[in-house]
Design a protein around this ligand. Structure first.
Ligand SMILES: CC(C)(COP(=O)(O)OP(=O)(O)OC[C@H]1O[C@@H](n2cnc3c(N)ncnc32)[C@H](O)[C@@H]1OP(=O)(O)O)[C@@H](O)C(=O)NCCC(=O)NCCS
Length: 399
């Protein structure tokens, strides 16, 4: 959806710039062929293909190929792509030695440590401002950095929890290898299936906050390390990718089914946002949440019954106390339930999100660099009228 037509007309008439609404809600700021979210229909897609169908039926590498190379792969292309990308999982020379210091300064699974490490890894593989290198090289680096991110994330976690790092295995799929590097054990089929569904569902999602961030940074010509560390920073916030562990904190705080109604009512009445509920675009249930709910049930997660009770209670209370806002469970609500049942520790939920969303960031950045114009909007100045008189007390220093 683009800016309302009357906004353009009034801006021409008054020569005042168009004032976008807070949070750029309902404003289109770019054109894309990567993905889209149809919020009223509860539907989203990757390059036109139903993303939930891809997640149900495909492999992570299918979606990755679609996003970075533009089409779903044939069987031969998938095999070749899987071989190519699994060979890129090793950390570049020099990076592994730095990880213990980074891990020591931050907690297990912290996105702060991941965004620091990925910036160094990008330098180590030779990422430069994309304006100073060929687009083919930028594409190759985008694939390599996406392949490296799970290795960085897993090794930082192992180090932060006092364990030996586990090197990646090229013979395992993306999801199985990720679990293996974190737990040190080859994962079972169910856990791999569950984590792969989660990763595929969360690759991209329209012009979400971190994707927008990645494109803004890329639009200045900056290198992929700057792009990814900035995007991870955006993802880490509780209104975006930082929510799933907080959903667990909320479930823990509620404690028992009897306490759900009073606890949630008190939180909403005191202006708190319930973690895992609400979405800027969806005004229906989030389709990612629906598939993750199914996966959680298939895993026979201990938490799923309690989570279902909390979801039902929260949706009813939100309808009562926030009528007309259409607030339902979002992707984060069942994400943690699935990831925990698959063997991932709570601290790793948000970092795991980064390991899939990096593919979406890279697809968006490759699109941005093909037809770039630097993002440079305006802000309406609302401070004291200028120019102001300098105050008498101010004695400027000599330049
Ligand atoms: C996702 C989110 C950031 C979207 O924000 P947004 O589009 O700016 O929506 P708003 O904050 O303007 O919310 C609109 C109204 O619904 C309410 N609302 C939105 N999400 C809510 C939630 N999770 N719990 C309670 N109320 C909520 C707001 O308080 C606001 O009410 P008001 O009209 O009385 O002021 C927001 O819903 C949220 O913070 N959710 C919880 C965090 C979360 O789960 N993040 C993961 C997102 S995938």
């Amino acid at each position: 959806m683009s800016a309302p037509a009357n906004a353009v007309a009034s801006s021409a008439a008054t020569s005042e710039p168009y004032q976008a609404p807070a949070g750029l809600a309902d404003v289109s700021v770019a054109s894309t062929t990567v993905s889209d979210v149809l919020g009223r229909l509860g539907f989203y897609h990757y390059r036109g293909y139903n993303a939930v169908d891809i997640a149900r039926r495909g492999r992570f590498e299918d979606a990755w190929h679609l996003m970075l190379r533009g089409e779903l792969p044939t069987t031969e292309q998938r095999d070749a792509f899987t071989g190519e990308t699994s060979a890129l999982r090793q950390l570049p020379p020099g990076v592994g030695e730095l990880l213990p210091s980074i891990a020591r300064l931050s907690g297990p699974g912290s996105l702060e440590s991941v965004r620091t490490a990925v910036s160094l890894a990008a330098q180590a593989i030779g990422c430069k401002p994309w304006t100073d290198q060929s687009q083919d090289l930028t594409r190759a680096q985008a694939e390599q950095i996406s392949a490296i991110l799970p290795t960085l994330t897993a090794q930082l976690y192992r180090l932060a929890t006092g364990q030996e790092v586990v090197q990646p295995r090229a013979d395992l799929g993306y999801a199985a290898n990720y679990l293996y590097m974190i737990t040190g054990e080859e994962p079972g089929e169910r856990s791999t299936y569950a984590v792969e569904r989660y990763l595929m569902l969360t690759i991209d999602h329209g012009f979400n906050n971190s994707t927008f961030t990645s494109r803004v940074i890329a639009s200045s010509g900056a290198d992929l390390g700057a792009v990814i560390s900035g995007a991870i920073g955006a993802l880490s916030g509780p209104f975006h990718g930082g929510a799933p562990a907080r959903v667990f904190d909320m479930l823990d705080a509620i404690g028992s089914p009897d306490n759900a109604e009073p606890w949630l009512r008190h939180a909403i009445e005191h202006g708190e946002k319930l973690m895992g509920f609400g979405h800027r675009i969806y005004k229906t249930i989030d389709p990612r949440s629906q598939l993750l709910h199914e996966v959680a049930q298939e895993l026979h997660s201990e938490r799923v019954g309690f989570a279902e009770h909390v979801e039902k209670t929260a949706v009813a209370l939100l309808a009562e106390l926030k009528p007309g806002r259409e607030l339902y469970a979002n992707v984060e609500f069942y994400a943690g339930v699935v990831l925990e049942a698959a063997g991932l520790p709570r601290e790793m939920f948000s970092a795991t999100f980064a390991c899939s969303r990096v593919v979406g960031w890279m697809a968006n950045v490759l699109e941005q660099v093909r037809d770039n114009r630097i993002f440079r909007p305006l802000a309406r100045y609302v401070g004291p009228e200028a120019p102001r008189e300098f105050p008498a007390f101010w004695q400027p220093g000599q330049a």
